[in-house]
Design a protein around this ligand. Structure first.
Ligand SMILES: *Cc1c(COP(=O)(O)O)cnc(C)c1O
Length: 368
């Protein structure tokens, strides 16, 4: 049975993407170096990066890119302001503190988006801040923060913006030609629909160069990693050859689908069908539709006799994987809309949830 992962990643990949891993590549092999360099260029192009930005892939999960970006790009005597309205913002702040950077957190409740006014006021109040970290799509709730107006006020205040675009990259447009941004961090196994194992940072080349030797880490030093690629197209350490081959195939499929806008539209159709279908079954969304992104839906636990672990187990038995909630103040669970899935998979999921709820009601009635 083909598993349907309705999670924020790793997610359902296509047969073609997995088939691309069916051969071995020598790391110094010309064909691999060419493929790896092409992937690097294509990732930058997706974000509208020109010669002003450099794309630096890194072996490891998305959090490796977040830590690498902070360690490399925030000067040791700089100060990072984290705009946090969920667990990923809080994690970035914890990483910065662990890296002994001066860090301030501007926190909002998990269902509230940041506004440019709030960001601007925080920057006026703290002149020591050199860098601002924004989580584009907060996967904790599924909320989409407004990137463009926040990027504009950060730039107007003369600060650098680091964007955690982990769960938006590939589905929500990011255009570095129009949106001032020092770094965009993302990974292969979310909206790009690749397999897990590689993350990447698209960083302003001038700042990256100026930050040589700033990182305390060797393996997470983005500037050194970048120099390696620029010198001979080679990864500094053992490259994740199969992951890059899968990503190359996944990028072909993204192009064929029609690019970022078309992919975002497909996910939005999944989201709309899921929201309406779950509503009919008595599950209500946690977020206001105005701030709901197209990637993952958080549903309130309806209470009563409902048990998410029981629902999870019932769907898992049919090969459908849901996701637990991550909200700090409310019982909830999540259903992802992303991956190599179709509306038919969403309908099948709704049917399975409906069957579970029906059986549940029947059991409840029998017990009365
Ligand atoms: C998934 C995610 C991360 C971390 O990625 P991992 O691959 O789990 O390390 C960071 N930020 C956001 C917004 C994410 O969705």
């Amino acid at each position: 049975m083909r598993p349907i992962l309705l999670t924020p990643g790793p997610l359902t990949t296509s047969d073609r993407t997995r088939a691309a891993m069916g051969r071995d590549w020598g790391s110094r092999d010309d064909a691999f170096v060419r493929m790896s360099e092409a992937v690097r260029a294509r990732l930058g192009t997706l974000a509208g990066a020109g010669t002003t930005h450099a794309t630096v892939p890194l072996q490891g999960a998305g959090t490796y890119a977040v830590e690498a970006a902070i360690d490399t790009l925030v000067p040791r005597d700089g100060k990072l302001l984290v705009l946090a309205n969920g667990a990923y913002g809080q994690r970035a702040a914890a990483i910065a503190a662990r890296l002994r950077r001066d860090v301030a957190t501007l926190a909002l409740p998990e269902d509230e988006a940041f506004t440019p006014e709030a960001a601007s006021a925080a920057l006026r109040a703290d002149p020591a801040v050199t860098d601002v970290l924004l989580v584009h799509l907060e996967t904790t709730s599924g909320l989409l923060n407004p990137l463009e107006p926040i990027a504009a006020v950060v730039a107007a205040a003369g600060r650098r913006l680091l964007l955690d675009a982990m769960s938006s990259f590939g589905a929500v447009p990011i255009d570095l030609r129009a949106t001032p941004c020092c770094a965009v961090m993302a990974s292969t196994n979310k909206c790009l629909e690749g397999v897990p194992g590689v993350s990447f940072v698209i960083a302003e080349a001038g700042h990256l160069r100026a930050m040589a030797s700033n990182a305390g880490s060797t393996v997470l030093d983005l500037e050194a990693q970048w120099r390696g690629f620029e010198r001979d197209g080679q990864w500094r350490f053992t490259p994740p050859t199969h992951v890059i081959a899968a990503l190359s195939a996944a990028l072909d499929q993204l192009d064929e689908e029609g690019g970022v806008a078309a992919r975002g539209a497909r996910y939005r159709r999944h989201m709309d069908a899921l929201t309406a279908g779950m509503d009919r079954l008595g599950f209500h969304p946690y977020l206001d539709p105005a701030v709901q992104g197209p990637v993952i839906l958080t549903l309130r636990d309806p209470g009563g006799a409902f048990s998410f672990p029981a629902l999870y187990a019932a769907l898992a038995a049919e090969g459908i994987v849901l996701y637990p909630g991550k909200l700090t103040r409310e019982a909830s669970f999540r259903i992802g809309c992303i991956g190599a899935i179709t509306l038919a998979d969403i309908r099948r999921t709704l049917d399975a949830v409906g069957a579970f709820m029906g059986a549940h009601a029947a059991r409840g009635a029998a017990a009365d």
